[in-house]
Design a protein around this ligand. Structure first.
Ligand code: ADP
Ligand code: MG
Length: 685
């Protein structure tokens, strides 16, 4: 039987003051276990003193000596400059911001110990803003490397270090899981790892420590990954124990729909449609993520699932993150389902009262078999007669709570189909998405010619304008995407309006439209409908067109300030062209001069049309937060483990999770308690 895990609350520790506890709470630390797991960002080595003569450029070092010169200069700017001398030479200390107390501490004759990075200055080596302390006759050097922790304003490193030292003395550090879990991975104990990471001995490799590849980091990363796997598997098991309506495979509607289409399904579409069909016959709720690159044809697959549900007498909800996209789905569903005599309701926040009342009424009575809409779908007033399936397009745009709300609209729990065009790299789907089943459409419909991507300096704008003119005069349509201005929505709007005016002046012979996020939904829809119908040739747009918009005749896209956008976002935008059979081009305009990272990122987009490759690069460049989108609200993020660096540990954790759940349920609970308590309550996804 496993020993009980003692979760000491911070308030139980006498040495901790109320303000300290309040500050720790800001860091998300509520218990001693949480404090133990608050690990250093990096370390500084104050375990020995380096002679000035032995300093190296770019390295951080501790130096001790006497101040032989000190002055406050005003040119070129205010600075406190001091010179420190030891037996081997002199070093300049430079402060651009300083307090009177520092002037005092660095008086000529003061004996100080400083720590900082060595740089080449005007008078030889210098340190800018080193940490300084006065030294007495027999000051000792530190015995372990000094940890530097993530912190908040008002909580200094010294207080945090002290609090953690106390936690290391008092907190329960016993092993939660059986020893064999760690034995074959050759990982050290929990306790030894914590001590080694909070107070590393001076002989460890600082670089390995900073890169989190020591065995002690690996032990904790593994524990964290294991906790994530265990909690995801628990969710999965919970779902298997809940009941859902069972739908027999469709006998009529699906084949009638397929017969009416001008195209045949691709092999990949057939494969995923079958996976979904099988899920819907089960007595527990499906939670499947349908993943497929932009243009891979997810909508028709979703429609087939909807028909299976409808044929069995249940209702379907189809939710999209924007009005533009919801409207487009609505029209598409009308064209596919009207011939089958299936009534569809339409629900958005911007409807007038009368239409809304009518929609609500037909949803409640069950007359509407399919409901298409935006967030408006999960509002309180919406009551379904019998919701059997909720389909969520562009799922990463919705928060966990929103999806949960829709799920609660059915009794018993409805099946859920989530769709995403942002491919999830393998490591992400193994970790954050481990509670979902995933189907992948890994093939595009035939006859699409690949999009040609060009990267062009903004200096060549005139040529690009000429190109837009020619394309439009030849009967094609084009998008002009305005720069993303994250800092200010107002500025973004102004830029879009300016661009629109400029384009109208530039192209008197073309019909130009404008669509942006602040327009009324009805205005947006009107513009999109005009563009869709071919009445507008050029559409000036903000990134609102990023998701799902499908206008096959549009074959040219220009994206301004492409270097400001995320890779997956660029890929989504670019996916708005190349949807028909015409040869399509996407021109990425950049502002001189590109940084090296910006150049590397644009190169990825230039070289690849494969959403998976792009998402993988995005994951490496920006971490999982961006790809997870709002999903991360409610799902604890990994703090220690890195999916790429620790992929072997992730695989090991995944392999072990099921057996642990089965054979060691009590131990698993304790492990989760230790690792999840600091992350807040896990929302059931
Ligand atoms: P996405 O996966 O990006 O949501 P859509 O479902 O909007 O893609 O499909 C993109 C376009 O391809 C639509 O116009 C759709 O009708 C069309 N399409 C879907 N499947 C096929 C297919 N098997 N063959 C040809 N065209 C298809
Ligand atoms: Mg889509």
């Amino acid at each position: 039987m496993a020993r009980h895990l003692n979760v000491t609350q911070l308030s139980q520790i006498k040495a901790f003051s109320k303000p300290l506890i309040a500050n720790l709470a800001k860091l998300g630390i509520a218990s001693c276990q949480g404090l133990l797991l608050h690990l250093p960002l990096r370390y500084i080595d104050e375990t020995h003193v380096t002679a000035v003569r032995d300093l190296h450029m770019g390295e951080s070092a501790q130096v001790e000596g006497e101040i032989v010169h000190a002055e406050v200069t005003y040119k070129p700017r205010k600075a406190l400059i001091a010179r420190l001398e030891d037996a081997s030479g002199q070093l300049t200390l430079r402060f651009l911001h300083f307090y009177p107390s520092q002037i005092n501490a660095l008086k000529v004759g003061a004996k100080v110990r400083v720590y900082g990075e060595v740089r080449n200055g005007f008078f030889g080596y210098e340190m800018v803003h080193p940490t300084c302390k006065a030294v007495g006759e027999k000051s000792e050097v530190a015995e372990t490397l000094t940890p530097v922790y993530p912190t908040v304003a008002g909580l200094g490193q010294a207080s945090l270090r002290k609090a953690i030292r106390i936690a290391l003395q008092q907190a329960d550090m016993h092993e939660t899981l059986p020893a064999q879990v760690y034995a074959h991975l050759d990982l050290p104990s929990f306790k030894a790892s914590l001590i080694a990471l909070h107070h590393p001995s001076p002989d460890v490799n600082l670089r390995a420590l900073d890169n989190k590849i020591t065995v002690h980091w690996r032990r904790l990363a593994f524990d964290e990954l294991l906790a994530q796997q265990l909690s995801m598997r628990k969710h999965y098991a919970r779902r298997r124990s809940v009941s859902a309506p069972q739908f027999k495979p469709s006998k009529q509607l699906v084949s009638a729909l397929l017969k009416s289409l001008p195209f045949a399904l691709t092999g990949a579409q057939q494969k995923v449609a079958l996976e979904i069909e099988r899920d819907l016959t089960q007595a527990h709720p499906m939670q499947r993520l349908l993943q497929g690159d932009v243009g891979s044809g997810k909508t028709i697959v979703a429609c087939m699932a909807a028909l299976q549900c409808i044929e069995n007498g249940w209702q379907v909800a189809l939710m999209a993150p924007t009005e533009i996209l919801a409207e487009q789905h609505y029209r598409k569903m009308l064209s596919w389902l009207m011939p089958l005599n299936i009534k569809i309701a339409w629900l958005t926040g911007s409807q007038n009262k009368k239409d809304r009342e009518a929609a609500l009424q037909s949803i409640a009575s069950g007359e509407a078999r399919l409901v298409v809409g935006t967030h408006a779908l999960f509002q309180e007033a919406v009551r379904f007669k019998n919701l059997g399936l909720a389909i969520i397009d562009e799922q990463h745009r919705f928060g966990v709570h929103q999806r949960l709300a829709l799920r609660q609209k059915g009794q018993p729990e409805p099946h859920q189909l989530m769709m995403s065009a942002t491919p999830i790299p393998r490591t992400l789907s193994m970790s954050y998405y481990a509670d979902l089943d995933v189907s992948v459409i890994d093939e595009l419909p035939p006859g699409r010619s690949p999009i040609v991507t060009k990267i062009v300096s903004d200096a060549r704008r005139d040529e690009i304008l000429q190109r837009v003119r020619e394309a439009c005069l030849q009967g094609n349509q084009a998008y002009w995407v305005c720069p993303l201005i994250e800092e200010s929505e107002a500025l973004q709007l102004a830029t879009a309006n300016d661009t629109y005016t400029l384009m109208q002046d530039e192209f008197p012979e073309l019909k130009v439209g404008l669509v942006h996020g602040r327009m009324k939904p009805s205005e947006k829809q009107a513009v999109m409908a005009e563009f869709s119908a071919g009445h507008l040739q050029l559409l000036v747009a903000t990134t609102v067109i990023e998701v799902g918009v499908d206008v096959p005749n549009a074959s040219l896209m220009v994206i301004e300030h492409a270097e400001r956008m995320g890779l997956s976002q660029l890929h989504q935008l670019r996916g708005r062209v190349g949807r028909g059979s015409a040869k399509s081009t996407c021109i990425l305009l950049y502002q001189n001069k590109l940084s090296d990272t910006a150049r590397a990122r644009l190169k990825v987009i230039y070289e690849s049309n494969d959403g998976f490759v792009i998402a993988q690069a995005d994951l490496q460049i920006r971490g999982p937060g961006e790809l997870l989108g709002v999903r991360q609200s409610g799902v604890p993020m990994l703090k220690i483990a890195d999916l790429e660096r620790d992929v072997d540990l992730l695989e090991a954790a995944k392999t072990m999770a099921d057996a642990l759940l089965k054979n060691y349920p009590t131990e698993v609970e304790q492990h989760l308690e230790r690792w999840m308590s600091s992350a807040g309550e896990l929302v059931k996804v």
